[in-house]
Design a protein around this ligand. Structure first.
Ligand SMILES: Nc1nc2c(ncn2[C@@H]2O[C@H](COP(=O)(O)OP(=O)(O)O)[C@@H](O)[C@H]2O)c(=O)[nH]1
Ligand SMILES: *[C@@H]1O[C@H](CO)[C@@H](O)[C@H](O)[C@H]1NC(C)=O
Ligand SMILES: [Mg+2]
Length: 396
């Protein structure tokens, strides 16, 4: 026992010595770039509030992009809300977006977090994004309880929802997240530099090449909001949301667009909500619309009613109802060509030729669009848009 452990100590000393020699050799004679780490993560200038200077650029990604001159890029950015521990799941998503699209464009990517991003997160994501990356801290006022919220009541709701096993029902952070995505991300100082955004969440997949620029499509066709998947919301999370919306419509009729998509949201002319919404983990949209008086007043009105905390209102129905009522029908777009997966749903483009042309690897049988729980048929119906070619054959 004792001779075994002293041998072990000798091995250990030898190993340490060998490693030191190796480290010395590699430092002095191998052509490794010195200061490699600090080239990847330069010091990020932080102001007193802790948010990152928008002019922060990584040396590796600064300079003119190789393939697309910036003149051909639209004023736009990817945006991701994430925690430090989401790094490997967001890394997968970035890789998908880069391989299928952004390697040819080099659009910027803004990362937002309620806590400061750590160096690991910044290093991994900056290496993967072909455009410039920006890291922002969310100001406390945008991620906390408004003064009119009774926090004891909110706590009781979480306990009740936990007992009723409602998904994320017991989570306080999820509620702050939904409220932030509903009313604040587009007002973060880093986002003020852009007109269009594309939201990306961790662990998504893109199954086809994206052979066009969705940002440019939005701009040239005056689209303000877009989606790839739609479905019915879980009623328990939004029981009074529509009441709140109706109150807003009544007090602010000037904001309700003529020729809107009420038919997507309601089957009885607005009396009740049918729970249809666009799935907001994918969105390409117009930030100036979200920053408009109409949207801000809509958000403030809902926020006052407290449902982000007293229920569990999601940013998906909140954005969707706004897109459905404050925008004209034609301003909301469905991207059939963008093949997308976020657990548990797939949008695989309808039409075999489209899938072949775009080198898709999704199984069309997995496409959610024409299944019973999707609202996408309804979107086509109210817009009088013919369903994509191949629709009949692919609807079983
Ligand atoms: N910074 C931060 N991001 C969060 C938090 N909770 C969720 N997110 C992010 O918000 C988005 C939605 O969260 P996710 O867990 O994907 O929710 P789900 O898609 O509804 O299951 C993702 O981009 C997450 O990374 C949080 O507490 N802090
Ligand atoms: C990009 O859009 C934002 C928001 O509309 C605007 O403030 C900014 O000036 C634009 N930047 C450029 C370079 O056009
Ligand atoms: Mg998600």
């Amino acid at each position: 026992m004792s001779s075994g452990s002293s041998r072990y100590v000798r091995y250990l000393l030898f190993a340490v010595f060998a490693l030191a020699v190796l480290a010395f050799i590699s430092r002095s004679s191998l052509p490794l770039p010195t200061n490699y780490e600090s080239n990847i993560i330069p010091q990020t200038p932080q102001d007193s509030k802790g948010s990152v200077d928008p002019s922060y650029q990584t040396p590796a990604n600064s300079g003119p992009p190789a393939l697309t001159p910036s003149g051909e890029r639209v004023n736009a950015t990817f945006v991701t809300l994430a925690r430090n521990q989401d790094v490997w799941e967001i890394a997968k998503s970035i890789r998908e977006v880069e391989d299928r699209f952004n390697r040819n464009y080099h659009y910027d990517w803004v990362f937002l977090n309620d806590k400061p991003f750590d160096d690991e997160f910044k290093k991994i994501t900056t290496a993967l994004v072909s455009g410039t990356t920006h890291y922002g801290l969310i100001p406390k006022e945008h991620w906390s309880y408004p003064e009119w919220i009774d926090q004891d009541k909110a706590k009781a709701v979480r306990e009740d929802m936990k007992a009723r096993k409602i998904i994320y029902g017991d989570s306080e952070s999820y509620r702050h997240m939904c409220r932030y995505e509903s009313g604040f991300f587009f007002r973060h100082e880093l986002m003020l530099n852009y007109r269009y955004y594309w939201r990306v969440e961790p662990s998504i997949q893109l199954f086809c090449d994206i052979s066009f620029d969705p940002f440019r499509y939005m701009m040239e066709n005056k689209k303000k909001y877009s989606f790839v998947l739609s479905l019915y919301e879980y009623y328990e999370t939004i029981p009074t949301l529509w009441n709140s919306v109706k109150k807003f419509m009544k007090t602010n009729p000037e904001y309700i667009a003529e020729g809107n998509s009420m038919g997507f949201l309601s089957d009885d002319g607005g009396e009740t909500y049918n729970k249809c919404h666009f799935w907001s983990n994918f969105e390409v949209g117009d930030l100036d619309w979200l920053r408009s008086d109409a949207y801000i007043n809509y958000f403030d009105s809902l926020d006052r009613d407290g449902g982000f905390f007293y229920e569990r209102w999601g940013d998906a129905p909140v954005h969707s109802i706004a897109a459905g009522l404050l925008l004209k029908k034609e301003e909301v777009h469905f991207f059939n060509e963008i093949a997308y997966y976020h657990v548990p749903f797939t949008h695989c483009p309808t039409g075999e030729q489209t899938r072949l042309d775009l080198k898709c690897h999704c199984n069309p049988a997995d496409n959610f669009d024409w299944k019973g729980y999707s609202c996408t048929s309804r979107y086509f119906h109210i817009n009088n848009i013919p369903k994509p070619e191949g629709y009949e054959k692919e609807t079983k």
